[in-house]
Design a protein around this ligand. Sequence first.
Ligand code: PEP
Ligand code: MN
Length: 348
Amino acid sequence: MVVVMKERASEAEIDAVIARLIDLGMDVHRSSGATRTVLGVVGAQKVDPQLVAILDGVHEVLRITEPYKRASRSFKPDDTVVSLGDVRVGGDEVIVMAGPCSAETDEQTMTTAAAVKRAGAKILRGGAFKPRSSPYSFQGLGEEGLQMLRRAGDAHDLPVVSEVMDVSQIELVGRYADMYQVGARNMQNFTLLRELGHVKKPVLLKRGISATIEEWLLSAEYILAGGNPDVILCERGIRTFETATRNTFDISAIPVVKKLSHLPIVADPSHGAGRRDMVAPMARAAVAAGADGLIIEVHNDPDHALSDGAQSMFPGQFDRLMAELRIIAPAIGRSICLEPTPRRGWAR
Ligand code: PEP
Ligand code: MN
């Protein structure tokens, strides 16, 4: 860190700050300018900058390293690629995960899985444990929902991602899903994150509703520090003063995360926008901004969905979006679903 002393800091104050830092196990390099003294501080120890900021004569303390280690690009310069079977997230190919917000019936899950597979999705999404704002809203089908997702995933050769809300659900969700999803409301459930550090499956870590990028990367650090290297970050919109959309989709988080971390980052334009007519433009923008993938809510009959119907795309809309993404991805040197897929009607 760098400690900038006040212009009028006395020699006694400067000496006291240096003595304190040495006491904390740090090496201090002093440079005295015409008006200010600046102290360069290095050492193996982590020192709380606030402990130094409150000392007499200190103007400002600047941190020069990130508070997270394993999640940072300086720790691992090469991009991390997370594999789910032969699907690789974080490589050249943009991976699209799609499916319903919640698994509701076998027919709904199966029909939706067939539609997203045909359009080029590589992973099936779907919730069985739903974190709803109201305790009176549909809470998900639990194990029954997980079974529906597994059957649909197997029938269409798609790995499954599903949300785990609590430590007590890890074993059950892991029995059916190929990847755990940690929802926005659980981004700082540190007990859950710690436990997911010990599982042998990848974790899709959504950004908290009001979380800074630094807090989000610190949450990823919990999982990585526990020994699980397979973390995929997911930007899903944050809460701001704007009410025109459900959340404010923070597209700038994509290049920021790419700079700070080696972990793959995918984007969730469904929760970001909250309206199905705005999902496609946000999805296109996220791919153009460098997202490694997308997670999109699609429903065979969104008008009758039990959760998030307004933001769930019709299969025809999703089909069209995938065709557009196949044009955008190569423009930034990425590929997306290269296998030829029969084009269907683009109604709705
Ligand atoms: C979801 O993916 O359906 C969900 C509940 O997402 P989030 O945690 O981002 O709100
Ligand atoms: Mn949802």
